[in-house]
Design a protein. Structure first.
Length: 90
């Protein structure tokens, strides 16, 4: 798959198949961020104590960078013929 036009077509098809999925998760993230901010503005309404953890939480930028790296690896595997493009019609 060294033909530039073929690579472009594969990458375009891959992006088109993954964009709705990424938009779905980004939409959920935005809604949950708003709900969390609204819940934080109303202290005292919950009988549960806030969750506390000593575990490190990655920054959102790091999470997005990891997702991008995963998508790049995925399209590289498709281009290498390891597996085919996802077929969302199944």
């Amino acid at each position: 798959m060294n033909d530039p036009l073929s690579r472009f077509g594969t990458r375009f098809a891959y992006a088109a198949s993954q964009l709705p999925r990424l938009a779905w998760y980004a939409g959920h993230d935005a809604v949950l961020q708003r709900l969390a901010a609204r819940a934080r503005r109303r202290p005292g309404e919950s009988a549960r104590p806030p969750v506390q953890s000593s575990a490190p939480v990655p920054a959102q930028r790091r999470i997005y960078a990891d997702v991008l790296a995963l998508l790049q690896k995925d399209v590289a595997n498709i281009e290498a013929g390891i597996y085919p493009l996802p077929n969302e019609d199944r």
